[in-house]
Design a protein around this ligand. Sequence first.
Ligand code: HEM
Length: 319
Amino acid sequence: MAGPPALLLLFLTFSLFTFLTESQLAYDYYAKSCPRFEEIIQETVTNKQITSPTTAAGTLRVFFHDCMLNGCDASVLLSSTAFNSAERDADINLSLPGDAFDLVTRAKAALELACPNTVSCSDILALATRDLVSMVGGPYYKVLLGRTDYRISKSSNVEGNLPRPTMDFSKIIQIFTSRGFTLQEMVALSGAHTIGFSHCKEFKSFLYNDTHYNQRFAQALQHACENYPKDQTLSVFNDIMTPNVFDNKYFQNLPKGLGLLESDHNLYDDPRTRPFVEMYANDQNKFFQDFAKAMEKLSVYGIKTGRRGEIRRRCDAVN
Ligand code: HEM
């Protein structure tokens, strides 16, 4: 077992690593090299969200899936090649919506015109996510910039690193805590399900034998998913009360049996997470504060800076 000096050394090395990585980041990282960066993201995001209102939720989920696997390094944006099956083609990622990828492509195109070879795809995704969350009513938070993009993206690395609604709840918790997120942060982040939707395949099998659903809600869901699997595109809003608004209704729904996914129900049923669900259901400000802080933390999770990554010219292909 490591003794106190070894532990201290380990701690100092870890702190130094964190310091060195984060010290290369800055809120105004592009102030000189690409002064219109934030404005271009804002413009692209606004246009896209107005024409395709599902973009906000889609982008938030893409960002979450990128960060959880090896850090926020835009590896989820890479397309597969003849030699490599990329993260994006892992089955859990097949439902990531095209609108989110399209948004990044548009922003990148505009940025390459304004300041070629300067802005990373991972910074674009991080800032676009922040802008979209606040556009649909969620909290605004600061995003450190200066990430570089990673060229390794393998579908075979995905399984077990992203939560699935069918997973044992302790396994879901472990996915977050093993990355340094507390239970409270996990619950706050899960509040992302206040927007967006889920395909019937993600919850249909629970509808008939899960007692956590409100009965009428379960019947309505059975009806909505009647034609699945014939029509695999069938989907339902995650938050049936205010599906397009980022608020704390998702947490208010859970005690009433109005959660959609098995994992949503578990957040309320498990005594380890229930107190946080109750707290956020009662206090939207607290939810916003905690969600913002947890997103700031997620946004720098496992990121690469300097020569550990690259600035990709196209976000879907390595240079
Ligand atoms: C706690 C464990 C979680 C599980 C098991 C889970 C699972 C899922 C599933 C199955 C869907 C439906 C996808 C589809 O059918 O297209 C979904 C949607 C979504 N998830 Fe999660 N998720 C979790 C946590 C999170 C977190 C932490 C975030 C973000 C910080 C997030 C953001 C979203 C968003 C925004 C959507 C809607 C996507 C859209 O409308 O396109 N999820 N999630």
